[in-house]
Design a protein around this ligand. Structure first.
Ligand code: GLC
Length: 399
């Protein structure tokens, strides 16, 4: 089993979205618990239309949606019988997860579920081993056996009542080994993929936010990276700061070129709307992604050791073609490869679809001290770098 769907929409949505502060507002803003939990009496997202979310994800080229069923505040976005602190007891009174699952099914979108281990509402949930326990309701009543049973019961609901689930996204490692948790998940949904933030190592790793290790060019296990369009928060935030297109696209390209999947997050508002500030950015990333024509999906690393002047591309292969990813763009409007397998038949710039001229040339700029260019480069020219300055540049080469 591989995580072959590369691009997914992460959705952080809960009663916290009404506040427009942060998905962890209860803790981060030290809110009054009674007032915060009282949001259950106000949650009425009359504009919630999950088909709109699914169609937005689809138009950005995304293949799956990962939805926060329960975040750290413990509020459940589905019809659960194990706590009253759930969406059925809001003025809205409808199973928001079921509605999303139906919309996904209708439009061929895969559904993944996020579930937080910390729970700031369940009285037994305090776990001294784990982080994010700050707003736990009662550290003295910690009973992790009772709480584990609660989680298992909820998982049974989540993995029984909402159709096939693509991946399971535990959040915040409990730092307690218990393989029975993932076994329980697999018994209910044998094809599911599970992340590494749960009770054992799971199937895939989940680096978050910024890409850090520029030296790494491939991963030794399945990876699903995640980031949000907004810098400060995963949930809807009024006055959010947003990443630049360049930052998002270069990071997505780098991760995907190394074989990772990528979850890009939006925070719908308290009415259930993915507002224009989020959707327009998502569509701009999607516009780039769609121009890549699926070359990032199911590609393999190309083992040839390419060398380029002033760039170090990541090379992948798909259907007999090589894709050179210049994740951070290019400093000039050409690429000069000093190591390449042979003269190509054809070179195409994925960003525009245009065929690019190329030839084997002596390039004086890169000659040795005596002033005579001795080396022949594969010189690929005419790349409109200035128009593509916020994009990762990808070349398709047919040898
Ligand atoms: C971090 C945040 C959490 C968010 C998660 C998404 O762990 O603390 O609020 O849900 O990232 O991966």
């Amino acid at each position: 089993m591989t995580h072959q769907n590369k691009f997914g929409m992460f959705i952080h949505w809960g009663t916290y979205s009404m506040l427009g502060l942060h998905e962890q507002a209860l803790n981060k803003y030290q809110l009054n618990r009674k007032e915060y939990e009282g949001l259950i009496n106000k949650f009425n997202p009359v504009d919630y239309d999950p088909e709109k979310w699914v169609l937005l994800a689809k138009s950005a080229g995304m293949k799956y949606i990962c939805f926060t069923t329960k975040h750290h505040d413990g509020f459940c976005m589905w019809d659960t019988k194990y706590t009253d602190y759930n969406v059925m007891n809001t003025p809205y009174g409808k199973d928001t997860l079921k509605m999303l699952a139906d919309a996904c099914k209708k439009h061929g979108m895969l559904l993944s579920l996020y579930y937080s281990n910390p729970d700031w509402h369940h009285e037994n949930a305090y776990n001294p081993n784990s982080s994010h326990q700050w707003a736990s309701v009662n550290p003295d009543a910690s009973d992790l056996d009772a709480y584990r049973l609660y989680i298992k019961n909820q998982i049974t609901e989540l993995l029984t009542n909402y159709g096939p689930i693509y991946t399971f996204f535990w959040d915040i490692p409990p730092k307690i080994d218990d393989t029975s948790m993932n076994e329980h998940i697999r018994a209910l949904q044998p094809d599911i993929l599970i992340n590494d933030r749960g009770w054992d190592a799971g199937d895939f790793s989940t680096p978050e936010r910024e890409y850090e290790d520029m030296e790494v060019k491939s991963f030794n296990r399945m990876v699903e990276a995640c980031n949000s369009l907004g810098v400060q928060s995963w949930g809807y935030r009024v006055g959010e700061d947003f990443y630049s297109m360049r930052h998002l696209i270069t990071s997505i390209d780098r991760y995907m070129a190394m074989g990772a999947s990528y979850l890009l997050n939006v925070g719908p508002d308290g009415n259930g709307v993915i507002t224009e500030e989020y959707s327009s950015r998502l569509l701009r990333v999607g516009d780039w992604y769609n121009r890549m024509e699926g070359c990032l999906e199911c590609a393999e690393p190309d083992s040839f050791k390419y060398e380029a002047k002033h760039a170090s591309p990541i090379a992948t292969k798909k259907n007999g073609k090589t894709y050179l990813h210049f994740c951070d763009g290019l400093y000039a409007d050409f690429v000069a490869l000093s190591k390449y397998p042979s003269l190509p038949k054809r070179v195409r710039l994925m960003n525009t679809g245009a065929e690019l001229p190329f030839s084997e040339d002596l390039l004086p700029e890169f000659s040795n001290k005596v002033g005579v260019a001795e080396q022949v480069f594969l010189h690929i020219c005419g790349i409109p770098v200035d128009e593509l300055e916020s994009e990762a540049i990808v070349l398709e080469i047919e040898w």
